[in-house]
Write a new protein. Structure first.
Length: 463
C-alpha cells in the first residue's frame, strides 16, 4: 500500500527531455527567412490591427522599405527574441508560484533483536498550511516581475525600431553619396577630356593637366571607400533586422518618413510613454512586492501531521502540530535586504527620469538647430551655388573654357550636395531621437509575435 501511494505521487512528476543546440539548422534558416511570407504577413495584420484595424500592404516584390524593415526587425531581431524568451521564463514562474508545499511522508521501523520483542514502526504524514498570506504575496511579486519583463520587451522593441531607423538613414545617405561621387567622376572625366584637347592645342600646360588627373584619381579612390561604407552600413542594418547578407539587395535605399506628434506637455508625455522609464516603474513595483513577500515570511505557517504506528504491540494514531515563533530571526535579514533593494529601485527610477528629462530637452533643442541649419543652407548657400553654375554655363556657351573654374564649380557643387545629405541625415537622427524619447503613441503592449516565440513555435522557418 505504501508503494502504491508513493507511486501515485511520482506519476505527477515531469521527466527530462534533452534538446541539443543545432546551430547549423539555425544558420540555414537565416537564408530562408524571406521565403515563407505567410506567417509574417499574418503577424503584420495582427500588428496593424492594434492601431486602425486595416492591414498594411506587405509586399517584397518591390524590395524592403523602411516601414517593412521595422516589422521584420520586430519579427527576427535576435536581441528581441532573447528578451521574449526571458519573459517566457517569468511567465512560467508566475504560473507556478504560490503553490502549497508538497506533503512530507515519513516511515520509521525498528526490529528489536530480542526474540520476544515485536516489530515497531510508525508512519507519519505532514502538510504545511499557509496562513501567513505569503503565497499570495509571492504570486503578486511574480506577476510584477513578469510585467517588468513585458515592459523590457516594449522598451527593446522601441529602441530597436529607433536604431533601425537611424541605421537605415545612415545606409541611405551612404548610398546617395555613392551616386553623387559617381556623378562627379563623370563630370571630371568630361573636364579631363576637354583638358586633353586644350593640351594638344597648346592652350593648357601639362602641370595643370596633371592636377586635373590627380583630382579624378582621388575621387575614384574616394568612391571605393564610400562603396565600402555602404556595404558595412547595409550589413549593420541587416544585423538589426535579423536577416542574412544575402538580403542586402532587397533593401530600398530611402530615408524613413517620420512625423513628430504634437505634444502639449513633453514632461507628461515622457512620464506616460517613455519605454525606458516604464521599465523602471515596473522594476520598482517588483521591489515593492518583494518587500511584501519578505514581510509575510516573518509570520509563521502551520505544519500539521498525522500517522499510525505500533510500539510494544500497542497500536496508536499520532497527531502533530508545529508553528515557528518569530522571536529570534523573524526574517530580519530578508526584510532589510528587500527594503534596501526597494530604495535602490526608487533611486534608479528617479535618476532615470532626471536623465531622460535632460536628454529630451537637449534632443528638442538639437532638432530645432538642425532644422534651422538645413533651412539656412537651402535658402542661402544653395541658391548662390546655382547662380554660380548658371554663370559658368553661360561662359562656356560663349566659347571661353577655363578648366579650373569648371573644376572649382564641380567641387563646390559636390561639397554642397554632400553637406545637404549630412544635414538631412543629422535632422532625421534628431527626429528619431525625439521620437525615441517620446515613446510609442499606443502604450504599452509588446508586439503580437512574442506569444509565438515565447512558446517556442516555429515562425517563418525560425524557432
Amino acid at each position: 500500500m505504501c508503494f502504491s501511494a508513493f507511486a501515485t505521487f511520482i506519476v505527477g512528476c515531469q521527466s527530462y527531455e534533452p534538446m541539443p543546440l543545432d546551430i547549423d539548422t539555425h544558420r540555414s534558416s537565416l537564408d530562408t527567412r524571406l521565403l515563407d511570407i505567410e506567417p509574417l504577413s499574418a503577424f503584420v495584420e495582427r500588428l496593424d490591427a492594434l492601431h486602425n484595424g486595416e492591414p498594411t500592404q506587405f509586399d517584397f516584390s518591390d524590395g524592403i522599405s523602411p516601414s517593412e524593415g521595422e516589422v521584420l526587425a520586430l519579427f527576427y531581431n535576435p536581441e528581441l527574441r532573447i528578451a521574449r524568451l526571458r519573459a517566457g521564463a517569468s511567465l512560467a514562474e508566475f504560473d507556478t508560484v504560490g503553490l502549497w508545499e508538497d506533503p512530507v511522508f515519513g516511515y520509521d521501523g525498528v526490529d528489536v533483536t530480542s526474540p520476544s520483542a515485536p516489530f515497531e514502526f510508525s508512519i507519519m504524514g505532514n502538510i504545511t498550511i499557509p496562513i501567513s498570506g505569503r503565497l499570495g504575496a509571492e504570486k503578486e511579486r511574480a506577476g510584477a516581475a513578469y510585467e517588468a519583463q513585458l515592459r523590457t520587451i516594449v522598451d527593446a522593441e522601441w529602441q530597436t525600431r529607433a536604431a533601425l531607423r537611424s541605421q537605415w538613414a545612415k545606409w541611405a545617405a551612404a548610398t546617395e553619396r555613392v551616386a553623387l561621387i559617381n556623378d562627379v567622376i563623370t563630370q571630371l572625366q568630361e573636364i579631363n577630356a576637354i583638358a586633353d584637347i586644350l593640351v594638344t592645342a597648346g592652350e593648357l600646360n601639362r602641370v595643370h593637366h596633371r592636377l586635373l588627373q590627380v583630382e579624378l584619381s582621388s575621387k575614384m579612390v574616394e568612391a571605393t571607400e564610400v562603396e565600402l561604407q555602404v556595404m558595412e552600413a547595409s550589413f549593420d542594418l541587416l544585423g538589426i533586422i535579423g536577416l542574412s547578407p544575402a538580403a542586402a539587395s532587397m533593401l530600398v535605399p530611402t530615408f524613413p518618413v517620420l512625423d513628430i506628434p504634437h505634444v502639449d506637455d513633453e514632461t507628461a508625455r515622457l512620464i506616460e510613454s517613455n519605454t525606458e522609464l516604464a521599465v523602471q516603474f515596473a522594476e520598482y513595483e517588483t521591489a515593492e512586492k518583494s518587500l511584501h513577500v519578505e514581510i509575510k515570511k516573518q509570520f509563521p505557517d502551520i505544519t500539521l501531521g498525522s500517522g499510525y504506528g505500533s510500539e510494544f504491540n500497542d497500536h496508536r494514531v499520532m497527531f502533530g502540530l508545529s508553528i515557528p515563533l518569530p522571536v529570534l530571526n523573524a526574517n530580519r535579514a530578508g526584510i532589510a535586504i528587500a527594503s534596501a533593494n526597494r530604495a535602490v529601485a526608487r533611486a534608479t527610477a528617479e535618476t532615470t527620469f532626471a536623465h531622460l528629462y535632460r536628454e529630451l530637452a537637449a534632443a528638442t533643442i538639437t532638432l530645432q538647430m538642425k532644422q534651422s541649419q538645413r533651412n539656412h543652407y537651402e535658402k542661402t548657400i544653395v541658391p548662390m551655388l546655382e547662380d554660380q553654375t548658371r554663370d559658368i554655363e553661360k561662359i562656356v556657351e560663349l566659347g571661353e573654357v577655363d578648366t579650373f573654374i569648371l573644376l572649382e564649380t564641380v567641387s563646390r557643387q559636390f561639397d554642397a550636395k554632400q553637406q545637404l545629405i549630412s544635414l538631412q541625415l543629422a535632422e532625421l537622427d534628431a527626429v528619431i531621437n525625439v521620437l525615441r524619447m517620446y515613446g510609442p503613441d499606443d502604450q504599452m503592449n509588446p508586439s503580437p509575435v512574442h506569444k509565438e516565440i515565447s512558446t517556442e513555435r516555429t515562425l517563418g522557418g525560425v524557432q
